[in-house]
Write a protein that binds this ligand. Structure first.
Ligand code: M6R
Length: 613
């Protein structure tokens, strides 16, 4: 959470910073602020709310300067107001700093600085850090980069920071630990950002900073990197694959809708070059050297958060069903704090769209210390999780900007299916016929999703009927149970309707008490081994006057007779139903949120990349 940008070069910094902040707004939108250095003058403008508020505010102010930093905030310490907005200034106003992360020992440092006369204007942990840098710089007479390095040795927690100083107008200092930071290298100019999206339109050459590295970006002397122990590091320059068009809405009203519609392409990209049904093979290049280890592992532990955790639950079903290896799926935030048993022959798989989720990253670090093999299923190329894992596979969904995960989820599930099929084949736990059938069905998925998306108008009509609901239940069984959880999460996070997901048979152990004529119940009732049982669950809801919106297989007749509404999905192998069944729920949630005038792409209180625990 929180997005940070920086620029130093020959161009005017302000438009670059504002554009960069708009691209990073998915990381937080409680406030936005910038600082500009212009001929010895250091201007700081900051405003509560979105980047546009800052732009409106700055309209009548000077925005000159070729050096600047900016921040879009997801509040942790202190209310989301103008005062707590970043950048934060030192007591003498010579230094300003933007920060993504949490300084955990800020209170101790703050008290000690206060004793020495520092006065604080904000409730943030960040302001403490800029005062600490100021004190070290003034007392020791060291350079700005040295003062930053010395200050960072005193703080605990997570940080990505960018600092500029009135006394050193030709330098930007950046540093990171546990929060991401990337530096773009242009012609005599440098861009700094939380991810590559603000950089890609200016340069494709980037350096990802590693933990506890400090970058000194000097207008005259270029980029230098040292680590926290002051050891010189050679910058490793990589080329970005990201395309600028991927960051635009492309004619859609919202990123979320665009991303829902991108799923045929995204899923195709996730198996392109990795699967060939006519030749009968499947191969995940990134896992090639680890296939034996996975196939021979005693246990697979999946760690993830939110929607990615739901993908993990589907993965558990896939791997146990097809490869017959025991799987445990853990909330990363719980796993990391409960002294779990991790053995050397365990394989730990992290699933993450952003590759930056703090809890997932911390869970991985813990498993690494215990000697487990770490694999990643990640979307963002070059992200922290992709770098800490021993091996992995990118989902290739392309940038996902809407806060609600859609194509990231279906591509995660696609990869998990591929992994389970591949390991099942290797272990001999699936028959040749099943293997071939699954490959055929996987290749057919993009086309089937295209077909399914044609139901969008009908789904919008259904959404219209239930848009004013206060509560909703989502039910599913087997591998569709995680889809019920995911459907409920989608609805609550973007439309603010309270929703719960349950295994359909669990309803009678409590939630059935909630059912009355006001309660929409979304049920996955596709053909397959659980069909009859789900039909009985639907009858139980109908007997209590609940409203049933069922996801059914094309051609279904029985459920259609009893449900209030039935949304058809194309027939596929039972294993792949979760991928198709989730899409109507994405669309329902999207339309309901739009009808309720909710901010679909940037729902309240949320951020796309959760880099704090
Ligand atoms: O980037 P990650 O996949 O690690 O993010 C995990 C969750 O924060 C994320 O899936 C979240 O639940 C989404 N907003 C759900 O749509």
């Amino acid at each position: 959470m929180c997005g940070i940008v920086g620029y130093i070069g020959d161009k005017k910094a302000y438009p670059i910073l504002i554009k960069g902040l708009s691209r990073l707004e998915y990381r937080g939108y409680d406030s936005a602020g910038i600082a500009l250095l212009d001929e010895g003058d250091l201007k700081v403008y900051k405003k509560q709310g979105k980047v546009q508020h800052l732009v409106d505010y700055a309209e009548s102010l000077s925005t000159e300067g070729t050096v600047g930093i900016g921040h879009t905030r997801w509040a942790t310490h202190g209310l989301p107001n103008d005062t707590n907005a970043h950048p934060h200034s030192s007591g003498d106003s010579n230094l300003v700093l933007v920060h993504n992360g949490i300084i955990e020992n800020y209170d101790v440092i703050k008290k000690s600085l206060a004793k020495r006369g520092h006065e604080f204007k904000t409730e943030t942990d960040t302001e403490v850090l800029v005062h600490l840098i100021e004190e070290i710089k003034n007392n020791s007479g060291v350079s700005i980069e040295e003062a930053v390095r010395m200050a960072l040795r005193e703080v605990h927690g997570a940080y990505a920071i960018v600092v500029i100083s009135k006394d050193d107008p030709d330098k930007i200092i950046a540093a990171k630990k546990s929060s991401p930071l990337v530096i773009g290298l242009g012609e005599d100019e440098y861009y700094i950002a939380s991810d590559a999206t603000p950089i890609v339109e200016y340069t494709k050459n980037v350096v990802y900073l590693e933990d506890e590295q400090i970058a000194i970006v000097d207008r005259h002397n270029g980029l230098r990197i040292v680590n926290i122990s002051n050891k010189e590091i050679s910058p490793y320059v990589q080329e970005l694959e990201l395309q600028i068009e991927e960051l635009e809405k492309g004619g859609y009203d919202h990123f979320m809708l665009k991303e829902i519609y991108e799923q045929p392409r995204a899923i195709h990209d996730s198996f392109r070059g990795r699967l060939n049904a006519s030749e009968g093979w499947i191969s995940l290049g990134g896992l090639k050297d680890y296939e034996d280890q996975i196939a021979n592992s005693d246990r697979i532990v999946i760690v993830a958060c939110g929607t990615s955790w739901h993908a993990g639950l589907v993965g558990e079903y896939y791997i146990e069903e097809l490869a017959r290896i025991p799987v445990e799926v853990e909330y990363a935030s719980e796993f990391r704090y409960r002294n779990p048993i991790i053995r050397q022959n365990d394989v730990v798989i992290a699933i993450s769209q952003s590759g930056e989720t703090a809890d997932t990253l911390a869970a991985l670090k813990m498993a690494k210390e215990e000697g487990a093999t770490l694999l990643g299923i990640v979307n963002v190329v070059g992200s922290s999780i992709s770098r800490i894992t021993d091996a992995g596979s990118y989902t290739h969904a392309g940038p996902e900007i809407g806060v609600a995960s859609t194509k990231a989820f279906t591509t995660q599930v696609t990869l998990l299916a591929m992994m389970a099929i591949m390991i099942g084949k290797k272990r001999g736990t699936i028959s040749d016929t099943k293997f071939q059938n699954l490959l055929n069905e996987m290749e057919a998925l993009p086309q089937k999703i295209e077909k399914l998306l044609e139901s969008n108008d009908y789904i919008r009509e259904v959404a219209e009927i239930y848009k004013d609901a206060s509560n909703a239940l989502f039910l599913g069984r087997g591998s569709s149970f995680p889809i019920a959880l995911e459907g409920a999460l989608k609805l609550k996070e973007i439309s603010y309707i309270h929703a719960e997901g349950y295994p359909a048979a669990e309803m009678k152990h409590g939630p059935i008490a909630l059912i009355d004529e006001e309660m929409p119940v979304f049920v996955i009732a596709t053909s397959g081994p659980n069909y009859e049982k789900v039909v009985s669950n639907i009858q139980e809801v109908k007997a209590r006057k609940g409203k049933i919106i069922a996801i059914v297989t094309k051609g279904d007749t029985s459920v259609k007779e009893i449900a209030d509404h039935a949304i058809e999905i194309p027939e596929t192998d039972d294993i792949l139903v979760p991928i198709l069944a989730t899409i109507p729920f994405q669309l329902i949630s999207y339309h309901i949120a739009v009808m309720r005038n909710c901010n679909v792409d940037q729902p309240r209180n949320l951020a796309k990349s959760v880099t704090v625990e």
